[in-house]
Unconditional design. Structure first.
Length: 132
Protein backbone atom coordinates (compact mmCIF):
# COMPACT_ATOMS: atom_id res chain seq x y z
CA UNK A 1 0.00 0.00 0.00
CA UNK A 2 2.87 2.35 0.77
CA UNK A 3 4.36 1.77 -2.67
CA UNK A 4 1.00 2.53 -4.31
CA UNK A 5 0.79 5.75 -2.32
CA UNK A 6 4.28 6.74 -3.46
CA UNK A 7 3.26 5.97 -7.04
CA UNK A 8 0.20 8.22 -6.70
CA UNK A 9 2.46 10.98 -5.33
CA UNK A 10 4.62 10.57 -8.45
CA UNK A 11 7.56 9.24 -6.40
CA UNK A 12 8.01 6.46 -8.89
CA UNK A 13 11.61 5.48 -8.08
CA UNK A 14 10.69 5.18 -4.39
CA UNK A 15 7.65 3.08 -5.30
CA UNK A 16 9.79 0.83 -7.50
CA UNK A 17 12.24 0.39 -4.61
CA UNK A 18 9.44 -0.68 -2.27
CA UNK A 19 8.01 -3.07 -4.86
CA UNK A 20 11.50 -4.61 -5.17
CA UNK A 21 11.57 -5.11 -1.38
CA UNK A 22 8.14 -6.73 -1.35
CA UNK A 23 9.09 -9.06 -4.20
CA UNK A 24 12.37 -10.06 -2.56
CA UNK A 25 10.60 -10.81 0.72
CA UNK A 26 7.77 -12.70 -1.02
CA UNK A 27 10.29 -14.86 -2.88
CA UNK A 28 12.17 -15.65 0.33
CA UNK A 29 9.37 -17.69 1.86
CA UNK A 30 10.14 -16.05 5.19
CA UNK A 31 7.04 -14.94 7.05
CA UNK A 32 6.20 -13.69 10.50
CA UNK A 33 7.40 -16.12 13.14
CA UNK A 34 9.81 -17.77 10.69
CA UNK A 35 11.66 -20.68 12.24
CA UNK A 36 14.33 -22.24 10.01
CA UNK A 37 14.04 -25.48 11.97
CA UNK A 38 10.47 -25.97 10.75
CA UNK A 39 9.74 -23.52 7.95
CA UNK A 40 12.36 -24.51 5.37
CA UNK A 41 10.44 -27.16 3.47
CA UNK A 42 11.36 -28.09 -0.10
CA UNK A 43 7.73 -28.88 -0.96
CA UNK A 44 6.66 -25.31 -0.10
CA UNK A 45 9.16 -23.81 -2.55
CA UNK A 46 9.52 -26.20 -5.48
CA UNK A 47 8.53 -26.94 -8.20
CA UNK A 48 7.26 -23.66 -9.62
CA UNK A 49 3.66 -24.78 -10.21
CA UNK A 50 3.29 -25.82 -6.55
CA UNK A 51 5.39 -23.07 -5.01
CA UNK A 52 4.25 -20.79 -2.23
CA UNK A 53 7.12 -18.41 -3.08
CA UNK A 54 5.86 -16.56 -6.11
CA UNK A 55 5.06 -12.95 -6.95
CA UNK A 56 1.42 -11.86 -6.75
CA UNK A 57 0.18 -10.72 -10.20
CA UNK A 58 -0.89 -7.34 -8.81
CA UNK A 59 2.67 -6.49 -7.87
CA UNK A 60 3.91 -7.42 -11.34
CA UNK A 61 1.27 -5.08 -12.80
CA UNK A 62 2.36 -2.28 -10.45
CA UNK A 63 5.98 -2.87 -11.39
CA UNK A 64 5.11 -2.58 -15.09
CA UNK A 65 3.37 0.72 -14.33
CA UNK A 66 6.55 1.97 -12.66
CA UNK A 67 8.69 0.81 -15.58
CA UNK A 68 6.41 2.57 -18.05
CA UNK A 69 6.19 5.78 -16.04
CA UNK A 70 9.98 5.91 -15.63
CA UNK A 71 10.43 4.90 -19.27
CA UNK A 72 12.93 2.26 -18.17
CA UNK A 73 14.25 -0.30 -20.59
CA UNK A 74 14.29 -3.89 -19.34
CA UNK A 75 18.02 -3.48 -18.60
CA UNK A 76 17.34 -0.38 -16.50
CA UNK A 77 14.51 -2.13 -14.66
CA UNK A 78 16.71 -5.15 -13.94
CA UNK A 79 19.49 -2.90 -12.64
CA UNK A 80 17.11 -0.96 -10.37
CA UNK A 81 15.68 -4.20 -8.97
CA UNK A 82 19.11 -5.73 -8.50
CA UNK A 83 20.55 -2.66 -6.78
CA UNK A 84 17.69 -2.59 -4.27
CA UNK A 85 17.46 -6.34 -3.68
CA UNK A 86 21.18 -6.84 -3.15
CA UNK A 87 21.00 -4.54 -0.10
CA UNK A 88 18.33 -6.66 1.58
CA UNK A 89 19.11 -9.50 3.95
CA UNK A 90 16.82 -12.35 4.91
CA UNK A 91 17.50 -15.21 7.34
CA UNK A 92 16.87 -17.57 4.43
CA UNK A 93 16.33 -17.21 0.71
CA UNK A 94 15.92 -20.00 -1.84
CA UNK A 95 16.96 -17.73 -4.74
CA UNK A 96 19.95 -15.57 -5.54
CA UNK A 97 19.36 -11.87 -6.18
CA UNK A 98 20.01 -12.48 -9.88
CA UNK A 99 17.37 -15.21 -9.90
CA UNK A 100 14.87 -12.92 -8.15
CA UNK A 101 15.35 -10.29 -10.85
CA UNK A 102 14.95 -12.92 -13.57
CA UNK A 103 11.80 -14.24 -11.90
CA UNK A 104 10.30 -10.74 -12.01
CA UNK A 105 10.95 -10.45 -15.74
CA UNK A 106 9.76 -13.98 -16.51
CA UNK A 107 6.60 -13.48 -14.42
CA UNK A 108 5.91 -10.22 -16.23
CA UNK A 109 6.39 -11.92 -19.60
CA UNK A 110 4.55 -15.06 -18.45
CA UNK A 111 7.54 -17.17 -19.51
CA UNK A 112 6.55 -20.30 -17.62
CA UNK A 113 9.28 -22.44 -19.18
CA UNK A 114 11.99 -20.06 -17.95
CA UNK A 115 10.36 -19.91 -14.50
CA UNK A 116 10.39 -23.72 -14.31
CA UNK A 117 14.09 -23.68 -15.16
CA UNK A 118 14.99 -21.14 -12.44
CA UNK A 119 12.92 -22.94 -9.83
CA UNK A 120 14.47 -26.29 -10.85
CA UNK A 121 18.00 -24.92 -10.56
CA UNK A 122 17.23 -23.30 -7.21
CA UNK A 123 15.56 -26.53 -6.09
CA UNK A 124 18.70 -28.55 -6.86
CA UNK A 125 20.81 -26.04 -4.92
CA UNK A 126 18.28 -26.10 -2.07
CA UNK A 127 18.40 -29.89 -1.79
CA UNK A 128 22.18 -29.79 -1.72
CA UNK A 129 22.37 -27.08 0.96
CA UNK A 130 19.27 -27.45 3.14
CA UNK A 131 17.24 -30.56 2.60
CA UNK A 132 17.69 -33.24 5.20
Amino acid sequence: KMAALLFEENKIKDALSLFAEVIFIDLSGVGNGFNPEYDIDFDNFFPYENSMVTIPPGIISDLVDCQNKLEYSDAELKMALFERMEKLKMPFHPFTVEECVQIVIFERDQNIEALHKIYSEAGRRFKKNYHK
